[in-house]
Ligand binder design. Structure first.
Ligand code: FAD
Length: 258
């Protein structure tokens, strides 16, 4: 059942980590924006000091949760995930202590419709994330096919504290080498001494930092459901955005993490 090996781990903060996982059968074909389930058995150790579980899972039960793939299909030897440790989370209190060489479950089938499928190559991408919702957008911008000629790409990353800006160096370096790429990090609980943008991601839409033309700008929202609900309401009612689904193609794409 445990069919994959942890090949790398980068701790961003005690609550945020990048995990690199190599499935025994190799990385299957996938599209940027898709996800897989990861899992560990109930018997896997939890981090020291984790709160007692209201319901202790059976030792042999695999606890599975969905995680967006952060790596590009163009770099196919392992999956990368960007994971928040939820202090009393059933799976993440166990993932919190995995290390290189450990075994875990990784669902062989990749799934999800939060992809760039159907977005014309000459349309722009406004990719808005909070926290680990950045992961699918890392996969998109790390994939050469996303960079169609003339397309503008904006990544918004909303976090609580400045130390939560994972991937900031990589995104800043994309911005300096691609004139069509804009990286907008924003921290809601930064100290007053913080030199970057402070506030919630919604502020960037309210103050004109992001200006949208619905005919050419596809918006993707990923992460915290409260941010998604707010922006979805504003963009549909004020600008006429249409939420994308398989049945009704639209220009507003959403992926809620909980
Ligand atoms: C399509 C999809 C893709 C996802 N991709 C990612 C990802 O790339 N990275 C990631 O960290 N999570 C991701 N999630 C969330 C993930 O599936 C789990 O819900 C999360 O890791 C908590 O699992 P748990 O068993 O530890 O907590 P549970 O015991 O299942 O508790 C769930 C609670 O944890 C909180 N929570 C869930 N996700 C987060 C989060 N990311 N940050 C803060 N609080 C959270 C919510 O309050 C939620 O109600 C994704 C979810 C979906 C549906």
């Amino acid at each position: 059942m445990l069919n994959s090996t942890v090949v790398g781990r980068i701790d961003i903060t005690p609550e945020l980590m990048i995990l690199q996982v190599k499935p025994d059968g190799g990385v299957p074909t996938f599209q940027p924006g898709q996800y897989v389930a990861l899992g560990l058995p109930g018997s896997a150790p939890r981090y020291a000091g984790a709160p007692a579980e209201a319901e202790v899972p059976a030792a042999d039960k695999i606890i599975k949760r969905a995680y967006s793939i952060g790596s590009s299909p163009a770099k196919g030897d392992y999956f990368e995930f960007y994971i928040a440790i939820v202090p009393d989370g059933a799976l993440t209190s166990r993932l919190a202590v995995v290390k290189a060489g450990d075994r875990l479950f990784c669902q062989p089938k990749v799934t999800g419709t939060f992809t760039l499928d159907g977005v014309p190559g000459d349309h722009n991408l406004v990719l808005v994330s909070t926290g680990t919702g950045l992961a699918p957008f890392m996969s998109m911008v790390r994939t050469p096919a996303t960079w169609t000629p003339g397309r503008k790409i904006t990544i918004v990353h909303g976090v609580r504290y400045p130390q939560d800006f994972a991937y900031a160096d990589e995104l800043s370096s994309f911005a300096s080498s691609n004139p069509g790429f804009t990286y907008l990090p924003i921290a809601s609980r930064a100290e007053s001494s913080f030199a970057g943008r402070k506030g919630r991601v919604q502020v960037l839409f309210e103050d004109g930092s992001i200006q949208l033309t619905p005919q050419v700008d596809h918006v993707y929202l990923c992460g915290n459901p409260a941010m998604i609900d707010d922006l979805e309401r504003d963009l549909t009612t004020k600008l006429g955005y249409v939420v994308h689904s398989k049945k009704t193609p639209g220009n507003l794409h959403v992926e809620k993490y909980w």
